[in-house]
Design a protein around this ligand. Structure first.
Ligand SMILES: [Zn+2]
Ligand SMILES: [Zn+2]
Length: 261
């Protein structure tokens, strides 16, 4: 099996209008979209953004009739501490093959909101990583920890400045390993927000110090032209760190695939 993009959005997300068909031009063997579930989302005036599961299921069934591609069901869950139980229950009645765990907001603001620029960047990062750890301690249904640096994207953080969060990041990555989850290299962070340097710190912390081996690459595309964005660059960072395989999640099954280099 070849690695396929495990993080991308379609019109089932509140912030994308992209059509499935536009992602399918080179007829991939497997395809998974990961649309947003964010409860009480500050981006949407604190309303619940939940993908239309019935519509999604119907759309995948219809696509399967016309394409040889195998369609899997994915979701990107943004979690705020306190929402874990509600989301667990949602996932029991709405099964998925791939569950991404994201921290996007804290119940007051999204970490990508302009408002964060009025705050101390170290205090924001501290709150962000603490929230991530709290969520991982309570929520054990996820497959992939996405964009670990989302809460830092609005700021300029150097690798050196990130180092002061090593104890918290160590606890986070240990929990990821305990839960048999994968760490995502996220192309929006890595390429678009110029945070490759932060991954150069985080990847060896997770692998060399803690023994973590499981990674995914995600373009986090919201338009089809970003499909598989940054895969070369992100794969070569992993290769430099002695990683030569990626994990793909298909329901309870997981497979190792070669790095797309
Ligand atoms: Zn996200
Ligand atoms: Zn995303």
């Amino acid at each position: 099996m070849n690695y396929y993009d495990q993080h991308l959005h379609t019109y089932f997300s509140f912030d994308s209008d992209e059509q499935f068909e536009n992602y399918l031009n080179d007829q991939p063997d497997f395809f998974v979209s990961t649309d947003h579930l964010d409860l009480k989302n500050p981006y949407s005036g604190f309303k619940d953004d939940i993908p239309d599961y019935i519509g999604y299921t119907k759309k995948l069934a219809e696509l399967s009739k016309h394409w040889d591609t195998i369609f899997l069901k994915g979701i990107e869950i943004g979690i705020v501490p306190g929402q874990e139980e509600t989301i667990k229950n949602y996932l029991i009645s709405h099964p998925h093959d791939l569950i991404l765990v994201s921290i996007h907001q804290n119940g007051r603001f999204d970490y990508m909101d302009e408002l964060v620029l009025t705050k101390d960047k170290f205090a924001v990062a501290q709150e962000y990583f603490q929230q991530m750890l709290t969520v991982l301690l309570e929520f054990h249904q996820g497959d992939v920890l996405t964009h670990f640096d989302y809460g830092l994207r609005k700021f300029d953080f150097s690798k050196k400045e990130l180092e002061q969060f090593e104890p918290l990041l160590t606890d986070i990555f240990k929990k990821v390993i305990d839960l048999e989850m994968a760490v995502e290299l996220n192309a929006k962070s890595f390429i678009k927000y110029g945070n490759a340097e932060l991954y150069e710190f985080a990847v060896p912390l997770y692998t060399a110090l803690l023994g973590g081996k499981s990674f995914t690459l995600g373009s986090d595309a919201h338009v089809a032209s970003d499909y598989r964005l940054g895969f070369q660059e992100m794969a070569s960072l992993l290769q430099k760190n002695g990683i030569d395989e990626l994990t793909v999640f298909q329901g309870k099954e997981r497979f190792l695939t070669p790095l797309p280099i």
